[in-house]
Design a protein around this ligand. Structure first.
Ligand code: PAF
Length: 297
């Protein structure tokens, strides 16, 4: 596995590697969720291709009050995990390679980036859309693999790729969970033992609403309330939002409908902000349906 830091070294490595390129973009601090993305990307090898990963903690997607400096960095361990998983090339640019002096272009996606996380984290998706555009261009990505856990990020990137006629295919990979259901996240490592145990309530809350949906409940408000009721029972978990939105457009739903639903939430456990979601019907939480449904509108 080759590791490169500069655009020149990246280009010369890409010129030597066989195509198509399957690309996994990360901010490092890898966990099993990232490795699941690499395991899916390995499919490009069946058509003679190569797997490229990037590690870049993108400063422009962090707000002034957010955890950029504290964001976990674990480069050596990350590289070992990528190597063991079968990655061919890793791009680890320093910030001045991604944002050299004079940089002044940004990518901003409209409506789909404005609710949910977008309304709580102003500028976040502008930072994400800009860096993802650059990284997809730089890595010449044929297919990129994103995790379901950051569902709005998926919808924003899909919209951007369609609107800007970018050539990358996007595959959406189901959330990987700990044994108690907690979605894997680099931020889970901030949790104390007590907080970690309490965080198990997040997936139980989604599951309770998912079961109601499967039993016939279609009122978005009832689904949101079920999630809220389960969350409220755990005093260490502070609710930020619970949303039942059309999974294709991310518009909040108010009436019963047959639209596929993205049931999503953000909570705080101590200082740590955690996200989770599921699609309803629950049968949609697989790669093929996530890829065609999430952000498709
Ligand atoms: O999901 C992430 O880790 C980041 O938002 C991404 C896509 C690597 C862009 O910095």
């Amino acid at each position: 596995m080759e590791v490169v830091e500069t655009i020149e070294a990246l280009n010369s490595a890409l010129d030597r590697l066989p195509k198509p390129f399957g690309v996994v973009l990360t901010m490092g601090a890898l966990h099993a969720g990232h490795i699941a993305l690499v395991e899916q990307a390995i499919e490009v090898k069946a058509s003679g291709g190569s797997v490229i990963s990037t590690i870049f903690v993108n400063p422009t997607q962090f707000g002034p009050q957010e955890d950029l400096s504290a964001y976990p960095r674990a480069l050596e361990g990350d590289l070992a995990r990528f190597k063991a998983a079968g990655v061919d090339l890793v791009f680890t640019p320093p910030p001045n390679v991604m944002y050299p002096a004079g940089f002044q272009t940004t990518v901003e996606v409209g409506e789909v980036s404005q609710g949910l996380e977008g309304s709580r984290r102003p500028g976040h998706f502008k930072g994400v859309a800009t860096v993802v555009t650059k990284l997809l261009n730089l890595t010449r990505a044929d297919t990129t693999y994103f995790g379901q856990k950051d569902a709005q990020q998926v919808a924003v990137i899909k919209r951007m790729v369609r609107d800007l006629n970018m050539r990358t295919n996007i595959a959406v990979i189901p959330t990987v969970r700990e044994s108690d259901g907690l979605a894997m996240s680099s931020r889970n490592r901030y949790l104390s033992d007590y907080q970690r145990r309490a965080a198990g309530v997040i997936s139980r809350a989604l599951k309770a609403a998912g079961e109601m949906y499967e039993q016939g409940e279609r009122l978005p408000k009832a689904l949101r309330l079920t999630v809220q009721r389960v969350l409220i029972a755990e005093p260490l978990v502070e609710m930020d939002y619970v949303s039942a939105a059309d999974a294709r457009t991310l518009q909040e739903l108010h009436e019963a409908s047959d639209a596929p639903i993205l049931l999503s939430l953000a909570v705080r456990v101590g200082q740590t902000r955690l996200l989770d979601n599921c699609l309803l019907p629950l049968s949609l939480n697989n790669r093929a349906d996530l890829t065609t449904t999430l952000g498709a509108g």
